[in-house]
Design a protein around this ligand. Structure first.
Ligand SMILES: [Zn+2]
Length: 493
């Protein structure tokens, strides 16, 4: 039996993490398939079991209020199951409660981990707290089999008149709430991410670490230009100060930094800003991204619009230990045939997912080079279309370690050096974006006899290819020329 330490937080955290809506603020506020099991703990005829008849909405065809609530939560859970991996199922208890609220602001929901664990088998950092779901994944066992990993409680009063005015929960599955209604799926995703570890355990009012230990989320908080800069290394007093250092408290995990270029605001260099308002907002400070992020993201402290994607928060989950989520790469297979001007030849692009998770909505871009016409494109899956200067292939989902080939039949007008540029992206956070782009050069031969007479002795080819020889020296230099002699072929690097 491994040494397992945990703390029961179900009461301590019952209301700690929350998402608020502020209507007067119009500003924007593994390989192992993961299984998430949810237990709806409401009483008969309440909350997730409410039998009130309702009309279908936004693709949610359940016929009762409780049924639509369950379907919407399950749809949010399905997004997480597609994004994360763990050999250990995650157990969630979900309820609706009357959490009240005014006509302009209200608590939408709260959620968190039921237990915290440290120094379990395979724990990446010593004496450091991890939420239950993540600790179970890393330990590859259920460290606390007697209770659920995450609790989530949603405010039933949002559906009653008065609370948030006319606004109600939107239980549609399409992310298009009408009017001022609030997208339940988005709020559920937000809350569950807190339960999966998007949370600092530091008490923002005292600066104290929870039970005197580090937590893995706070490990990646850093105050720019401070000494010490690492949040976990600070004194309590320094942490209190850092928690209100608006714009200077940043996330410094590697995966988030290499993906932060998706943001146009709320970043300093590659460092994404953490929510650090002055004065402190208990329950919101530290455990969210800054509300200045653009485009808006799921894990900002205030609900503003529907988000059915984890956004840059997926990179944070990767940093804290959820693993390399997905890693798309594009390569061009070495060509063993010599591209010859005015003869068709094939470019074979390989799109591979090197990560641990499925990459969704993958798109391949290939810039159409001048001097090289494209006569046919054959993707291994999905479809391709061309614009003025680009081939775009929508490939759909690429599972872990899967490779999709895209074969392009091309033909060059003249002997020349052609620049090839391609890229691949997806609706994912990518573990390594350096391999998402490709820039190669391609030598086009002008000696049409080379391909036509493969058995012709080398001497003969050169005898009839004097002009080509000269062109090669000019274009390609000695290394390629030598390769030409020996192998009668060019590689594309
Ligand atoms: Zn939150």
């Amino acid at each position: 039996m491994p040494l397992t330490h945990y703390l029961d937080l179900s009461r301590y955290y019952a209301k700690r993490l929350s998402i608020f809506i502020l209507f007067f603020l119009y500003a924007s506020l593994s390989y192992a398939e993961l299984v998430i099991q949810v237990e709806f703990s409401d009483g008969t005829s309440e909350g997730f079991n409410d039998p009130t008849s309702v009309a279908a909405v936004g693709g949610n065809t359940a016929t009762t209020l409780g049924g639509q609530r369950r379907a919407a939560l399950n749809a949010a859970i399905a997004i997480l199951e597609k994004t994360l991996s763990s050999t250990q199922p995650i157990e969630i208890t979900a309820t609706f409660s009357n959490l009240g609220g005014g006509s302009h602001d209200a608590l939408l929901a709260s959620a968190g981990t039921n237990t915290l664990h440290f120094d379990f088998d395979h724990a990446p950092y010593p004496s450091t707290y991890y939420v239950a779901a993540l600790a179970n994944k890393l330990a590859q066992q259920d460290l606390d089999p007697d209770q659920a990993d995450i609790f989530a409680d949603f405010n039933a009063d949002i559906d009653s008149n008065g609370t948030l005015g006319d606004s109600s929960w939107y239980y549609g599955l399409d992310g298009h709430p009408s009017g001022t209604d609030i997208d339940f799926m988005s709020v559920a995703l937000h809350e569950l991410l807190h339960g999966l570890g998007f949370i600092s355990l530091v008490d923002v009012t005292t600066g104290k670490k929870f039970s005197g230990r580090n937590d893995i989320f706070s490990y990646f908080l850093d105050r720019l230009n401070a000494t010490p800069s690492a949040f976990n290394d600070m004194t309590n007093k320094q942490r209190i100060s850092a928690a209100t250092a608006t714009g200077f408290l940043h996330w410094i995990g590697d995966t988030t930094q290499i993906n932060s270029s998706v943001l146009t605001a709320g970043v300093t260099g590659t460092r994404v800003h953490i929510y650090a308002p002055d004065p402190i907002e208990e329950g919101s400070s530290l455990s969210h991204f800054s509300d200045t992020l653009a485009p808006n993201n799921l894990m900002e402290p205030t609900y503003t619009e529907a988000h059915h994607s984890l956004g840059i928060a997926a990179a944070v989950l990767s940093d804290i230990g959820w693993g390399n989520l997905a890693d798309l790469s594009v390569t061009l297979k070495n060509q063993e045939t010599t591209p010859v001007m005015q003869q068709a030849f094939t470019l074979d692009f390989s799109i591979r997912n090197l990560g641990e998770q499925t990459a969704n909505s993958v798109v391949f871009h290939y810039k159409l080079p001048s001097g090289l016409s494209l006569t046919n494109s054959t993707p291994g899956q999905g479809s391709c279309s061309t614009t003025d200067d680009e081939l775009v292939c929508s490939l759909g989902a690429i599972t872990t370690q899967q490779t999709i080939h895209i074969l392009l039949t091309t033909q060059a007008t003249n002997a020349q050096t052609i620049a090839l540029n391609a890229s691949v992206s997806g609706d994912i956070v990518d573990g390594d974006i350096a391999n998402n782009t490709l820039a190669n050069t391609l030598m086009i031969n002008n000696n049409q006899q080379i391909n036509n007479n493969n058995d012709t002795p080398v001497e003969t080819r050169f005898g009839s290819g004097t002009m080509h020889w000269i062109v090669l020296i000019e274009l390609c230099g000695f290394a390629i020329m030598r390769q030409f002699f020996v192998r009668r072929s060019f590689k594309i690097y």
